[in-house]
Design a protein around this ligand. Structure first.
Ligand code: ATP
Ligand code: LTN
Length: 328
């Protein structure tokens, strides 16, 4: 029996942080043996807010290297760049014609991002972002989409559009399911445990980038906000320390209970020292692997893979065009 397919992606904008890693990329690494895996660098999504062209090119390569250094094995999984496969934009257009304005108006990510600079200056591409994401997923008959919690609303739309298209034009798309890792589906900001850790955060103190130097990692953890009181306990009413324990737990493999027991009677200082060591135990070898990757080799791999997935995407588009009634 052939393996089920998973698909996911990260935008080449901002710095890839430990929230992206623990919420998404780490799960991809764990799932790549069980599933046929496609991981995309979604540059068409990144340009829904302004990007500097040179920076975008640099970040695209950076994200590809992050995937590889984090443990995505190019022999098992296919990584490629979204804009190198034109069917994504093509399918998004067709899905636009079966998507309601009101469905997109409900999207919390659009509401948050458009609020930042004011609704007046928000672009149509930002509004349409979830439809392009649905196209990414549906093009490849994806069954499972491993993401952080913030993306579940978009996946729900992809499911709705798949069902709607199938009903209207006949069975064409697989209805995908989201996949979350409960403990790390929402890693919170180090400077504000009420908001998710985010690449587009205004302060660099919000996140730990996978490419931060050990000194910066140490500094950011030292400065991370903590709750009132001085002991290390794990509960919903102490969200800052709960978030730090979750990060500690995911990197170390120890349960929150074990961590709490280990730091009983010790203060935040000692806990943060332990957390820093644990994060660095991942980050230092990760960065060594990252630096060993050669630009030209990665660029070549991405191009080859784009060709490979293009044939799947093209087949699906031929089927879609036929069903919609385009002359072929
Ligand atoms: P931005 O906040 O600027 O929109 P981002 O940090 O969410 O960017 P993306 O490229 O949009 O980065 O997300 C890549 C993946 O990482 C997605 O699967 C997303 O759900 C996941 N993710 C992002 N932030 C977090 C977080 N704080 N906790 C867990 N998962 C996250
Ligand atoms: N919108 C996602 C990135 C993304 C994605 C996808 C994730 C674009 N297309 C398809 C899963 C499947 C985000 O993380 N902001």
């Amino acid at each position: 029996m052939s393996k089920k397919r998973i698909f996911s992606g990260v935008q080449p904008s901002g710095d890839v942080h430990i929230g992206n890693y623990l919420g998404a990329i780490k799960n991809w690494v764990d799932l790549q043996d069980e599933f046929e895996s496609i991981f995309c660098i979604v540059d068409l999504h990144a340009i829904t807010v302004s990007q500097d062209p040179e920076e975008l090119r640099r970040k695209t390569l950076e994200v590809a290297k992050v995937y590889l250094a984090a443990g995505i094995d190019p022999k098992k999984s296919t990584i490629y760049v979204q804009s190198q496969v034109s069917e994504h934009a093509e399918l998004a257009w067709i899905l636009n014609t079966i998507t309601g304005m009101s469905e997109l108006e409900k999207m919390t990510q659009f509401k948050d991002k458009s609020q930042k600079d004011g609704l007046e200056s928000a672009r149509v591409g930002l509004f349409d972002y979830p439809v392009l994401m649905a196209a990414d997923i549906l093009l490849y008959d994806t069954e499972v989409v491993p993401v952080g919690e913030d993306q579940m609303q978009h996946i729900e739309l992809a499911r709705t559009l798949a069902r709607r298209f199938n009903k209207r034009f006949g069975d064409t798309f697989v209805v995908p399911k989201g996949h979350l890792k409960k403990e790390t589906m929402r890693v919170m900001g180090l400077d504000d445990p009420a908001k998710k850790m985010s690449k587009s955060a205004t302060s660099e103190m919000n996140y730990i980038s996978l490419l931060d130097s050990p000194e910066i990692v140490e500094k950011k953890i030292k400065r991370a906000v903590t709750d009132s009181g001085s002991d290390i306990t794990y509960s919903d009413d102490r969200p800052a320390i709960q978030n730090l324990i979750n990060i500690y737990s995911s990197f170390s493999g120890k349960s929150p209970e074990e961590i709490v027991a280990e730091y009983e009677g010790k203060g935040f200082g000692e806990f943060k020292k332990g957390l820093t060591e644990t994060v660095l135990e991942f980050i230092i070898p990760f960065q060594e692997k990252y630096s060993s990757l050669k630009d030209e080799e990665v660029i070549e791999l991405l191009l080859e893979n784009a060709k490979k997935v293009s044939s799947i995407a093209k087949n699906k588009m031929d089927e879609v065009k036929n069903k919609v009634g385009f002359l072929q």
